[in-house]
Design a protein around this ligand. Structure first.
Ligand SMILES: NC(=O)C1=CN([C@@H]2O[C@H](COP(=O)(O)OP(=O)(O)OC[C@H]3O[C@@H](n4cnc5c(N)ncnc54)[C@H](O)[C@@H]3O)[C@@H](O)[C@H]2O)C=CC1
Ligand SMILES: O=C(CO)COP(=O)(O)O
Length: 330
């Protein structure tokens, strides 16, 4: 089935998804906000700014014209989470009919505390919404390495149809009817990856990393269940799967941000030196606020917040975690 699919956001992940779709027989229209970036992609057939080293498929076309997306069967939204509301709001004015919106960012909107699926409903009421998430380093997807994702949609029939549209042998969607659960995993794992990075930066060892992943998963689960997520979703690709990938690799931008903080850099300095997004730094405060409002204990998330935003010395925050009373594992 050859369709035209729109991908909104020409960073690493948007470009990788466009490349995967083009490689599987679709026409991939990649919308960039920067005229220079779209022109460079068209001219050089590369996006060396965000996804270096990948030769782009001829069926991938970059544009800055929102109206050019009108023929698309579905739109993948792949800007950073905090930009999604504004970008989608601008876009819908140029499109004649509703079509499925597939949300690919990982995070919670800071200003409102809302899930991105709720933001999409605010901005584009009546448009069907799905979540694409899971353990997916962009460069591996772009290079055609095998990858499995969660495709979550409240309308199970649409989820299945979107899996058929977006999937291929090398990019395998597993559908789910739990969009909240899928979003919990993607948002929380980034904060936990910052924590793992901090532990790594302080040279706390492999045992400590396993402890942060596992006790972090307990935080994700408590919070997710309180938000109405299904336990199976949290244990799947979008939750545990992505947590393991992100926390296990220094290629993760969230883990590497944590490493830099653990080694003594300030958050401001780390962010100033980067062009690409590390969502965990944006998610941590609003995640903690939501957890507190629900009465959910998230000590690792609290420690990350204290280090990033309350000037807590790293060693003091770690000592406070280690001094917590012993308790049953569940
Ligand atoms: N890179 C990866 O491996 C994966 C990333 N994601 C998620 O996808 C989302 C996007 O990530 P990446 O593409 O990796 O980020 P990136 O940092 O590589 O690129 C972000 C893109 O968004 C654009 N952008 C930034 N602010 C914007 C704004 N205010 N309005 C419009 N466009 C704006 C940038 O110009 C850039 O093209 C994030 O939520 C990330 O967590 C999800 C899975 C994998
Ligand atoms: O979400 C990702 C992998 O699934 C990418 O992780 P980072 O944003 O930490 O690089």
């Amino acid at each position: 089935m050859n369709e035209t699919v729109g991908i909104v956001g020409a960073g690493a992940w948007g470009t990788a998804l466009a490349q995967a779709l083009a490689s599987s027989g679709h026409r991939a229209l990649l919308w960039a906000r920067s005229v220079e970036l779209a022109a460079a992609i068209q001219r050089e057939r590369r996006n060396d700014m965000y996804l270096p080293g990948v030769d782009l498929h001829p069926a991938l076309v970059a544009t800055t014209d929102p109206a050019a997306l009108d023929p698309c069967a579905a739109l993948l939204l792949v800007t950073p989470a905090q930009a999604m509301r504004a970008v989608l709001g601008d876009l819908v004015r140029f499109l004649t009919t509703p079509r499925p919106l597939v949300l690919c960012a990982k995070g919670i909107e800071q200003a409102s505390g809302r899930w991105l699926s709720e933001v999409a409903v605010d901005v584009a009421p009546g448009w069907p919404v799905a979540i694409l998430t899971g353990p997916t380093f962009a460069d591996e997807v772009a290079r055609g390495l095998p990858t499995a994702v969660t495709l979550a949609c409240a309308d199970a029939g649409l989820g299945r149809a979107l899996a058929g549209l977006l999937g291929s042998e090398r990019f395998r969607p597993y559908w789910s009817d739990d969009p909240i659960g899928a979003q919990v995993g993607g948002a929380v794992k980034n904060v936990l990856a910052v924590a793992c990075g901090i532990a790594q930066g302080r040279r706390l060892g492999e045992n400590a990393r396993a402890a942060v992943i596992t006790r972090g998963y307990a935080e994700m689960r408590r919070f997710g269940l309180a938000c109405g997520a299904q336990a199976e979703t949290l244990a799947g690709l979008s939750g545990l799967g992505d947590l393991v990938l992100t926390c296990g690799s220094t290629r993760s931008r969230n883990t590497s941000l944590g490493i830099a903080i653990g080694e003594g850099e300030s958050l401001a300095d780390v962010l100033a030196g980067r062009r690409t997004v590390a969502e965990g730094a944006h998610t941590a405060p609003i995640l903690l606020q939501r957890a507190d409002a629900l009465g959910i204990d998230m000590p690792i998330t609290r420690a990350v917040n204290a280090i990033l935003y309350d000037h807590a010395p790293v060693d003091a925050a770690i000592a406070a975690l280690l001094a917590r009373p012993f308790r049953p594992e569940e």
